[in-house]
Design a protein around this ligand. Sequence first.
Ligand code: GLN
Length: 224
Amino acid sequence: MIAKSKKNNSGIIGILDLQGGVYEHLDHLQRLGIAARKVKRPPDFKNLAGLIIPGGESSCISRLLNIFEIKAPLLTAFGRGMKIWGTCAGAILLAKHVVGEDSCLGLIDIKIERNSFGSQLNSFKSEAMIPRVSAKPVPLTFIRAPKILTAGKDVEVLLKVDDYIAAAESASVLVTVFHPELTGSPAFHRYFAVKCGLNPAVNTKIYTDQEWNPCSWTRLARNF
Ligand code: GLN
């Protein structure tokens, strides 16, 4: 059982804004009434309760972390208690072991294999019960996703499907190989906000697949 964290004063969740699905996460956090901002430069890491590393292309984000010189400030903020959630490419960047490659941040003891379902054309949707995260089925969107193959003893498995782990967490890191930010369910964003010690709204609407507008995040274009 992973311990619940203490309440955090800053109340802000950052989204790593180098490449990938940044606005989709901002959209979800805003629906939950959570203050959020894009994070790209060293000073942006100050006083964050949490950080989301979005899906995209892990090799690209990894190179940009070096180019923007923000690996060290990210690790410093993590050392000071900032929680991190990695979705898909983000989970790859957080893994301690990446099959056939060097690890990037190495902040959670999992072994992950990139592109483990095949090419972009092997992307798919499904849903699952994840009792720790929601009392309702959680929609899952896998896009050229990795598989988590093994998890260390300090890591709790939240969802196992067939031969792979799809979601897991340690005390300070959450990883999902799928994309909650592309669905109408706020369940994972709420779960992460609570992990960060924040108080997300409780009555946020859950949109069905049919109701959800996958371009809803474009409404943010002028505000961030
Ligand atoms: N295939 C990508 C990678 O290896 C991850 C895809 C995603 O984030 N949807 O980085």
